[in-house]
Write a protein that binds this ligand. Structure first.
Ligand SMILES: [Zn+2]
Length: 402
């Protein structure tokens, strides 16, 4: 049992309470929160961790959506518009996947140093699983399935099950199997349904890309637009395989994170919410791929969480960078309000989306928290943290320093 005290504790709870000159008593979980003196009296045997005077404690950050596989990318891909980007990924795929181990290791280090304690890794091939297993961070390992050709469904499903089994074999408290259905334009509904049956049976969290681009919108609504040429290159007379609302319906009964949603309609966002799903916002990725801004001010805050997406569509996996960029992207929202909102998206909301008992400094939650050092008034603490933090001083996961 340990006690740690700080100038400020950002609880990141629903009310976004900030405690001044308080302390936390914890083992694997948060046992108590009070003033230092009363905790020291109550828990006499606890070890005391002394921090510098300007320390701030907040929950460990949760990056709900990233792809480690393309971590080698810096300048290989075409940005500015979705289809040219997608084509460049297909063209440079092998090149980017070659010798990716060192890049993935570096990416994992960045996550750790920036104060991420939990992340969701979307995995197409499964090669990065050993590196995730070695990392001290909690990984939701989203084994991904995709493929639109009906004649390939069986083969693709077998391959998916094989990769999922490999993940299940390594499962522990810090490597949690999860399932990703790539997107409504790329995944045959039978394939999606089969994978989602597994998710429901074992209670796995699910992730999917949804309504990321105008091209996706046009293709799913009317079989037209830029995707028409793209799909016809593979298979003449291609037609959309899912309708947007039917696609969302497939996920009913699964805890699902719908990523991007920049081109989603109100009715689709309402349906996601009614199915207890959430929306993962990837501000930088959306900007780089020219897919439009997610109008976060129009969406119920409690269903929004934050991801960086991969280095194939971002320049950084550091969630502080992501939050800084998001502050600039959503320039009509009050700076301080947006700062608080982003911090909640990166903590409590991410935890809720992943069904994880963490993401806030509250009794009974896992002791996943980080320590920053910052001189700031309490009024401007949220925005100053986002503006000034690059890396954190300490990270604790399940009460263990890492
Ligand atoms: Zn993604």
């Amino acid at each position: 049992m340990k006690i740690i005290s700080a100038k400020y504790i950002l609880t990141c709870n629903e009310e976004f309470e900030i405690l001044e000159n308080h302390a936390i008593c914890f083992d694997e979980k948060i046992i108590d929160i009070d003033t230092l003196n009363s905790l020291k009296q109550k828990y006499k045997e606890a070890e005391f961790i002394e921090l510098p005077k300007n320390s701030v404690i907040l929950p460990g950050l949760i990056n709900t959506h990233l792809h480690l596989e393309f971590s080698a990318n810096k300048t290989s891909l075409n940005y500015g518009s979705f289809l040219p980007w997608l084509n460049s990924v297909i063209e440079k795929r092998d090149e980017l996947l070659k010798n990716s181990t060192e890049h993935i290791k570096r990416a994992l280090k960045t996550l750790q140093k920036s104060g991420v304690t939990t992340f969701g890794a979307i995995s197409s091939f499964g090669e990065e699983i050993e590196l995730c297993k070695k990392s001290p961070l909690r990984t939701y390992f989203f084994v991904e399935i995709l493929g639109s050709r009906p004649d390939a469904v069986d083969l693709l499903f077998e391959d998916f099950k094989h990769r999922l089994r490999a993940c299940e074999d390594l499962e522990d408290e810090r490597l949690i199997p999860a399932i990703s259905i790539h997107s409504p334009y790329s995944t045959h509904p039978i394939l999606a349904k089969n994978a989602l049956d597994i998710a429901r049976k074992f209670g796995y969290v699910v992730s999917t890309h949804f309504m990321e681009s105008k091209a996706e919108r046009e293709w799913l609504d009317s079989g037209s637009g830029e995707f028409c040429e793209f799909f016809n290159n593979f298979n003449p007379n291609s037609k959309p395989i899912n309708s947007p609302l039917d696609f969302i319906e497939l996920f009913s009964g699964c805890k699902t994170l719908f990523t991007h949603c920049t081109q989603a309609k109100k009715s689709e966002i309402e349906k996601i919410k009614s199915q207890n799903g959430s929306i993962t916002h990837c501000a930088v990725s959306n900007r780089l791929l020219g897919v439009g801004r997610l109008k976060i001010e129009e969406i119920d805050e409690s269903i929004l969480n934050l991801g960086t997406d991969g280095l194939s569509s971002n320049i950084s996996l550091n969630l502080w960078d992501e939050m800084r960029m998001a502050l600039m992207l959503h320039n009509d929202i009050d700076l301080n309000e947006l700062s608080k909102k982003l911090l909640k998206m990166a903590t409590i909301n991410g935890a809720k989306a992943l069904n994880l008992e963490a993401g806030e400094i509250s009794k009974g939650k896992f002791a996943d928290f980080i320590v920053c050092e910052l001189d700031s008034s309490v009024e401007n603490l949220a925005q100053n943290l986002i503006l000034q933090t690059k890396f954190v001083k300490e990270s604790y996961i399940k009460g263990e320093r890492c």
